[in-house]
Write a protein that binds this ligand. Structure first.
Ligand code: ADP
Ligand code: MG
Ligand code: MG
Length: 194
C-alpha cells in the first residue's frame, strides 16, 4: 500500500504522543540493561518533532520524514538518535521515488543495520523493524505481530549496544529500543488498520 502525507502525519503525531506518555517505561527498561536514559532521550526527540512540525507543515511525505529525522538526530543523542535518524532520513530519500509502505520500512531497517552494524537476533530495535518490514511485505501488519516481535527480544542475549556489556545477564529483559520501535509501529497500525 502507498503511504500518504496525511497518514504519515497521523502516524508520527501518534508516535510522539506514545513516547511522551511512556518515557518512564522506556527509562525503566533501559535501567535494567543499559544506562536508564532511553525514555528521556526519545522524549527530547518527540518534543523536537512536534515543535518542528508545528513551525512548518511538510508539503510531502519525503519532507515530513526528513523533518522528523533531523529532530531525532539533533535531539535524541545516545545510540538511538543516529539510528532512528538514519532510518528516517533514508526513508525520506526513498520516498522521493517510491511511497510504498513496505519498501519504505525495509529501507529504514536497512539504514539501521548499516549505521549500527547490526542485524536481527542481536537484541536491538532491528528485531522489531525487520519483522515489521517482513509482515508489511507479506501484506498485513497487526498490533499482535508488533507485540510478538517486541517480546522476541526478551530472551535474546544482546550482542550490540550497551546491553551487550551484560552478556548472558542481558537475557530476560525486553530491549528498550525495541519497545520504542513497537510504539512507532503500533501507531502505524492505528493509522493504516491491521
Ligand atoms: P544509549 O545506549 O547510548 O544510552 P539509548 O538508550 O537511547 O542509547 O538507546 C538504546 C537502544 O538503541 C537499544 O535498546 C537498542 O535497541 C538500540 N541500539 C543500540 N545499539 C544498536 C546497534 N548497533 N544497532 C541497532 N540498534 C542499536
Ligand atoms: Mg540508554
Ligand atoms: Mg545513554
Amino acid at each position: 500500500m502507498q503511504l500518504t502525507l496525511d497518514e504519515a502525519t497521523k502516524w508520527i503525531n501518534s508516535f510522539v504522543e506514545k513516547i511522551e506518555h511512556n518515557s518512564a517505561t522506556l527509562n525503566e527498561l533501559d535501567t535494567a540493561i543499559g544506562d536508564g536514559d532511553h525514555g528521556t532521550n526519545m522524549d527530547r526527540g518527540a518534543k523536537a518533532i512536534s515543535e518542528a512540525l508545528s513551525k512548518k507543515s511538510p508539503e510531502n511525505l519525503s519532507e515530513l520524514l526528513k523533518t522528523t529525522a533531523f529532530a531525532m538526530i539533533q535531539k535524541v543523542g545516545g545510540a538511538s538518535g543516529p539510528l532512528y535518524g538514519t532510518a528516517l532520513l533514508d526513508m525520506s530519500k526513498a520516498a522521493k521515488e517510491n511511497d510504498d509502505l513496505a519498501a519504505l520500512v525495509q529501507v529504514g531497517a536497512d539504514g539501521i543495520k548499516r549505521r549500527g552494524q547490526s542485524d536481527v537476533k542481536m537484541k536491538t530495535m532491528i528485531d522489531v523493524w525487520q519483522p515489521v518490514a517482513d509482515d508489511l511485505q507479506a501484506g498485513s501488519l497487526s498490533t499482535d505481530q508488533v507485540t510478538a516481535a517486541l517480546n522476541s527480544t526478551k530472551d535474546m542475549v544482546a550482542t550490540k549496544g550497551r546491553a551487550s556489556y551484560l552478556e548472558e545477564k542481558s537475557a530476560g529483559h525486553l530491549d528498550p529500543g525495541s519497545q520504542s520501535s513497537a510504539y512507532l509501529f503500533e501507531s502505524l497500525v492505528e493509522v493504516i488498520g491491521g
